[in-house]
Design a protein around this ligand. Structure first.
Ligand code: 13P
Ligand code: SF4
Length: 335
């Protein structure tokens, strides 16, 4: 039996569901039962009948499934980290709230909103304060809900998504630790200073380069890109939204895509090896941790689980799950 067949046979023996984020390698995507963006994966995996979830992605994604469905076993072929999620933890959260209070902003006037790309301890802090989670696909909807509360939104960890949302709604934003105290006090949206190192690669000069080369090219980016890039693009959306936007374009339309390489490369292949879908960067935008997971890892983690020696299993305390769930459930109710 080859590796793929061995995984398939373990999958049916263990009644496991294998899910994969779009940034995973092709070999993993081909094998998965379900692929999606962060929101789709959280919903699909937590709502599945299977007790065992094999999550091919980064840790915060597997944690989201465990938070929403604590009775499931969630194992990850690689405990890969999202570098953005690692930029904030519960103690940085506390320090940020303290800083806001020191500027005279009352705690009851702060509404915390965390991007799903954050670890469970941060989601728990947000949930305990009555806040909410969002993903790139529902961010606008959740943000509009938060704006209607007439509080100051403390958005974490992605300063780009936070500022992009504020611009879209015509609101003032600031970045904690970067903007002046007065700017922070006078803004509607206060962003934590986190970012995605992969999406930082795309620049306005990349867009100018393509627009100069091909007058009619369409530029599509992920909202983790810098606000100047999102502003200069024709469309921004989650990974799923990018895939459907590009797939719905006429075949002869040229498009440059500003997101992770594996996804863009697959878009080209899936659309008849089109030679008019470009990566919006001269350097390869690869998410190193997403790219780590191999078929061998998938097999090894399932085999160990089968042998009663599980590893890379997501474990969270019940207190953490309880509070983080409040913030995640609020998102699901709203989206
Ligand atoms: P999506 O929710 O759009 O899939 O984004 C996840 C992510 O990590 C993008 O860098
Ligand atoms: Fe995190 Fe960026 Fe990788 Fe997405 S692409 S998982 S935000 S490091």
């Amino acid at each position: 039996m080859d590796l793929k067949d061995k995984i398939k046979s373990l999958k049916s023996k263990l009644d496991a569901l294998i899910v994969a984020h779009y940034y995973q390698r092709d070999e993993v995507i081909e094998l998965a039962d379900f692929c999606g963006d962060s929101l789709e994966l959280a919903k699909k995996a937590s709502g599945a009948e299977n007790k065992l979830i094999v999550f091919c992605g980064v840790s915060f994604m597997g944690q989201s499934v465990k938070i929403l469905s604590p009775n499931k076993n969630v194992i990850m072929p690689r405990l890969a980290c999202c570098s953005m999620a690692r930029m904030i933890d519960s103690s940085y959260f506390d320090t940020s709230i303290k800083k806001l209070k020191s500027l005279g902003i009352k705690e009851y006037n702060i509404f915390p909103m965390t991007y799903i790309n954050s670890n469970a301890d941060v989601k728990a802090k947000v949930g305990a304060m009555g806040g909410v989670v969002c993903t790139s696909s529902n961010a606008k909807k959740i943000f509009d809900y938060a704006l209607n509360l007439n509080k100051k939104i403390f958005f974490m960890p992605d300063r780009c998504l936070g500022v992009n949302l504020a611009i879209d709604s015509g609101r003032r934003s600031s970045i904690l630790g970067v903007s002046s105290d007065d700017e922070v006090k006078n803004s509607d949206v206060i962003c934590y200073d986190g970012f995605c190192s992969v999406h930082q690669l795309f620049s306005v000069s990349d867009i100018e380069f393509y627009r100069e080369k091909y007058k009619d090219i369409i530029i599509v980016v992920h909202p983790e890109c810098d606000p100047s890039v999102v502003k200069a693009a024709d469309f921004s959306g989650s990974t799923s939204q990018i895939i459907s936007f590009v797939s719905n374009l006429d075949e002869d339309v040229k498009v440059a895509v500003g997101t992770e390489f594996n996804l863009v490369n697959r878009l080209t292949k899936r659309n008849g090896n089109r030679d008019n879908i470009f990566v919006l960067s001269s350097s390869k935008p690869e998410c190193p941790t997403m790219n780590e997971t191999s078929l061998q890892d998938v097999y090894d983690v399932m085999e160990a689980f089968d042998n009663g020696m599980p590893y890379n299993e997501i474990e969270l305390t019940s207190n953490c799950i309880e509070d983080a769930k409040k913030a995640l459930n609020k998102m699901l109710e709203l989206s």
